[in-house]
Write a protein that binds this ligand. Structure first.
Ligand SMILES: Nc1ncnc2c1ncn2[C@@H]1O[C@H](COP(=O)(O)OP(=O)(O)O)[C@@H](O)[C@H]1O
Ligand SMILES: [Mg+2]
Length: 355
């Protein structure tokens, strides 16, 4: 097992840079998730760590050693891809054993490793089966088994669950997480799905356009996003954003009133963010924000209803508790408590603080 360090890591394809010199320390045993929209450089970064992509600049260390020039197999890192290639003509055991193809272990030792791996993954009774006789989740486990059997210092996952249906995806999230708890091996996991990031990560790395925007625990990122992008990217449904003006300690937002807020010191145009779960249907009293607007759409979810309404000039999403479903075209009141407002500078989109 080992720590992985990225120091000013750059990837250029010709004249265009896919990764702009990123710095990151992945601690030994940590579960780190890279998240960001398609094309932001997640796979490229992962492939540089694996050694599948040349590094154009900067330093990559595994343990205390610089490994920029090392071949993938010398790095002892296992990669699990989205389109997990397991071989239909081989049994489960042979598929897992394929991970030991180049190893110098004896036949008996290889068999022992395969059986141990099968046991850890709950595949021990299926080692003689062909992949065709497995469920999607079991096949995914075979692919993980092939990576695990080599006892790597780290696992790299590139969107491994994208091809699975919602139910299996949620089951596999928990399986991979529990596998990590049992093995304690470093995992670097790439996804564009913020729910996967939030539910699995010890540490989330938010990427955009080849840069790292923010690194933190799921709670850090949810509570203290550094900018509008991270604020909107983390949390579902996305944070509402309203244009506002902050002058002389007075916050003015069209269509709503605010009172009793302790505001950050700033002068000028700001963006006010409120999470849909903090913007609640109902009359306001006390410190916070309140307003009312015309309901444009509703999404009853059973336990709660998402209500889309016009608040001033912004279409926002609010939450109505329980089985309350406001009528489309009706006017409803909404409120948010003090502390639920996230303020950002309108020009730089950087966070100014909570109010
Ligand atoms: N082989 C390549 N040649 C040129 N550009 C590439 C190549 N691979 C990736 N890119 C570019 O690098 C950027 C990052 O890609 P990628 O790491 O695959 O993003 P992600 O995995 O976050 O979706 C994208 O703009 C992509 O078009
Ligand atoms: Mg990718």
């Amino acid at each position: 097992m080992a720590k992985i360090e990225l120091q000013g890591l750059v990837k250029a394809y010709g004249n265009t840079r896919a990764v702009h010199g990123i710095d990151l320390t992945i601690e030994d045993g940590e579960f780190v998730v890279f998240v960001g929209p398609s094309g932001c450089g997640k796979s490229t970064t992962l492939r540089m760590i694996a050694g599948l992509e040349d590094i154009s600049g900067g330093v990559l260390k595994i343990g205390d050693e610089v490994v920029n020039q090392r071949e993938p197999k010398q790095r002892n890192i296992a990669m699990v891809f989205q389109n997990y290639a397991i071989y239909p003509h081989m049994t489960v055991g042979q598929n897992i054993g394929f991970g030991l193809y180049t190893s110098k272990l004896s036949k008996a030792e290889k068999q022992k490793r395969i059986e141990e791996t099968g046991k850890i993954l709950g595949l021990e009774k299926l080692l003689d089966r062909r992949p065709a006789a497995l469920s999607g989740g079991q096949r995914q486990r075979v692919a993980i088994g092939r990576a695990m059997v080599r006892d790597p210092v780290a696992f790299l996952f590139d969107e491994p669950l994208s091809n699975l249906d919602a139910q299996l995806r949620s089951q596999m999230r928990m399986e991979i997480k529990s596998l990590h708890r049992r093995l304690g091996t470093t995992i670097v996991y790439v996804t564009h799905d913020q729910v996967e990031a939030m539910t699995m990560a010890d540490k989330i790395v938010v990427m955009r356009e080849g840069n790292i925007l923010q690194v933190g625990t799921p709670t850090d990122l949810y509570e203290n996003p550094v900018d509008v992008f991270t604020a909107r990217f983390i949390g579902s449904p996305s944070m509402n954003m309203m244009e506002a003006d902050l002058t002389g300690g007075n916050l003015a937002i069209e269509g709503v009133t605010v009172s009793g807020l302790s505001l950050p010191t700033h002068e000028g145009n700001v963006i006010v963010g409120i999470r849909p779960h903090d913007l609640v249907v109902g009359e306001g009293n006390g410190a916070g924000l309140s307003g009312s607007g015309l309901v444009e759409a509703v999404e009853p979810l059973g336990s709660e209803t998402l209500v889309h309404l016009m608040l001033g000039k912004t279409l926002v999403t609010a939450t109505a508790p329980g089985r309350v479903v406001p009528a489309i075209g009706s006017t409803v009141a909404v409120r948010a408590e003090a502390g639920a407002l996230y303020l950002f500078d309108a020009a730089s989109e950087k966070a100014l603080g909570r109010a």
